[in-house]
Design a protein around this ligand. Sequence first.
Ligand SMILES: Cc1cc2nc3c(=O)[nH]c(=O)nc-3n(C[C@H](O)[C@H](O)[C@H](O)COP(=O)(O)O)c2cc1C
Length: 196
Amino acid sequence: MNRILVAYATMAGSTAEVAQAVGEEIARCGLLVDVLPLAGIQELEGYDGVIVGGPMIMGWHRAALHFLKKHKKAFQRVPLAVFVTAMSLTQTGEMTLDGVKVSVDENLPKPPEKQGRLTFKERYARLSNYLRPLLRATHPVAPASIGIFGGRLEYGRLKWWAVLFAMLIIQAPAGERRNWPAIRAWAAGLPAAFQL
Ligand SMILES: Cc1cc2nc3c(=O)[nH]c(=O)nc-3n(C[C@H](O)[C@H](O)[C@H](O)COP(=O)(O)O)c2cc1C
């Protein structure tokens, strides 16, 4: 039976729950699934597909990006999908990046304040700005699928510097923005995206 790994990074725990939901959907399709924090994973031997998830934390979570780079060679053999959680995304209409289709949670993107001229924050929160480092990390292999979903931000769970960054740069109000139907629908399509 095919075995899938869902490996995640998290700062405050909410992406771990997203990874769990992704794993549940894949298991529902009849595949074996391991959902694990990526910190303890040494190799990808024995897996027929790998999903790597992480939150935007001043760029995609550093450990998730490092994981992609570290296992870049393995992704020539094992299909890869990636998901990102975030609180802020500028609506630019981008749905593909370098030919890879991106599933964007429809509740997440916000239109720019002024058409035609993006503010610093709006430019920063463009899909291409968020995802380009991640595509570079796996190049020349591209993920079979990318999903970007709303996350959860709770200032009480964070260190002071993280609160400061989230308030000043992303200016996202705290709250729960995880869209479970969108997350689960994306996950249910992964076995097909992996051609399993
Ligand atoms: C320090 C910090 C930086 C963040 N940077 C971004 C960001 O650049 N863009 C964004 O959309 N969300 C950003 N967020 C929001 C997180 O991506 C979001 O809250 C995510 O769901 C957190 O996942 P976790 O609970 O697994 O850590 C940031 C949050 C923190 C605390």
